[in-house]
Ligand binder design. Structure first.
Ligand code: GDP
Ligand code: MN
Length: 381
């Protein structure tokens, strides 16, 4: 679960990490008042889950209430990434001397907690790292045993230098405690700002909480931002489906995450483009098929639907009933290619055949057919 900057900085404060003074606002007049209370100058920042807001024009420096109001109005009309701006953070203007970078994350390759620092910050760390010579350093901070603060300290000295490192070390400790106590995957400060008067502050906050740990963090759970999921993803989650939409034209309904991935790979192999990852799970609930098809049919880019089921716990006759129920309840005008194999597949396929729905047991043949149909199918109106 991704937190917005204003939520992340509240967590930062709880762990002793210095952040600029700021307030969140929901309207342009409120923004003007907030800038007034900061002494007439400030930075107004769009609160969206997208990164690189700065580059997208989502961060504005303003002087005076009129400028604040105008900037806030412009920001509220903006869409950044896929997100419309609904909340702003009005922050004190920092007199920036240097923008650097500090983050802690769960890293499976360590395996444990990594710490990344760089003297240059303010843009995506991947971009900074791509430059040569790379100024970005990463250490294995903790591997199940406690964190190695000596190693961290010397790494921060080397990367951030004596003006920042002594102040960054307690911040790294704060991030570590934050990460640990809240089951986070990432806690990132970018930029970590050194101001001209020598203070070091976290001028942006990015926190990602592990969904698997949310059950034990009631307060954090309430921070969930609606816009993290599209309405389709919300509907899928509520029905117990794992669904991720991507850009493509072949809708996929599959059971099992591994088979769902393999189906997408095979579509790609034959030159097609899957429109989604969708795992209906290992249960045999016909309703799940109905919800899955309803979600896919809303996507106007989808020209073919490929249903690929390998029945283990899942019974193919239940799947077939789900497909038939969906066909009765939704008007399905686009072709469906159905592959059913495994538990009760003969019964399932007979149900489909009786209703005039073609089906097979061969995955490769089914994927090929879906790709061919997709290439010849008309664009949907
Ligand atoms: P992001 O682009 O979504 O990561 O948004 P950030 O909150 O990191 O802001 C982007 C950039 O805006 C920063 O790297 C700074 O260059 C600039 N910025 C943010 N706050 C201030 C500020 O208080 N003063 C000044 N001068 N620039 C700021
Ligand atoms: Mn940033």
């Amino acid at each position: 679960m991704k937190l917005l900057e204003y939520q992340g900085r509240e967590l930062f404060k709880r762990y002793g990490i210095t952040v600029p003074r700021a307030t969140t606002v929901n309207g342009a007049d409120e923004a003007a008042l907030a800038v007034d209370s900061l002494g007439g100058v400030g930075v107004i920042k769009a609160q969206v889950l997208a990164g690189s807001r700065g580059k997208a024009g989502g961060v504005r420096i303003v002087r005076g209430a009129d400028e604040a109001r105008a900037a806030a109005r412009a920001l509220f009309g903006m869409t950044i990434g896929d997100y419309s701006v609904e909340k702003l953070l009005v922050e004190e203007l920092l007199d920036i001397e240097q923008e650097s970078y500090l983050s802690l994350m769960l890293d499976r390759s360590i395996p444990g907690i990594g710490c990344v620092a760089s003297a240059s910050g303010g843009e995506e760390i991947e971009r900074i790292a791509a430059r040569t010579p790379s100024p970005v350093r990463k250490i294995a901070l903790a591997r199940g045993d406690g964190p190695d603060w000596d190693l961290c300290s010397s790494m921060l000295d080397e990367t951030l230098g004596p003006a920042i490192a002594p102040k960054a070390l307690p911040m790294a400790k704060g991030l570590h405690q934050l990460l640990f106590e809240n089951d986070c995957l990432l806690a990132e400060i970018n930029p970590l700002v050194r101001t001209r008067d020598g203070s070091v502050v976290a001028a942006d906050a990015k926190v990602v909480v592990d969904d698997n740990g949310l059950w034990r963090h009631e307060k954090i759970r309430t921070l969930r931002n609606r816009e993290e999921f599209s309405p389709d993803e919300m509907e899928a989650r509520a029905a117990g489906l794992s669904f991720v939409a991507i850009k493509g034209t072949i809708g996929c309904v599959v059971n099992g995450a591994g088979l769902a991935m393999a189906t997408m790979d095979t579509i790609k192999l034959f030159g097609g483009h899957p429109a989604n990852f969708l795992d209906v799970g290992g249960s045999s609930n016909p309703d799940k098929i109905l919800v899955a098809l309803r979600i896919l049919l809303r996507n106007m880019h989808i020209r073919v639907i490929l249903i690929n089921i390998f029945g283990g716990i899942t019974r193919c006759d239940d799947i077939a009933n789900g497909i038939l129920m969906a066909r009765r309840q939704l008007s399905i005008t686009i072709p469906m290619v159905i592959r059913l194999v495994g538990t009760n597949d003969e019964a399932g396929r007979a149900l489909l055949t009786n209703e005039g729905l073609k089906n097979s047991t061969d995955m490769i043949a089914a994927v090929r057919e879906a790709v061919t149909l997709d290439k010849t199918a008309e664009r949907r109106p």
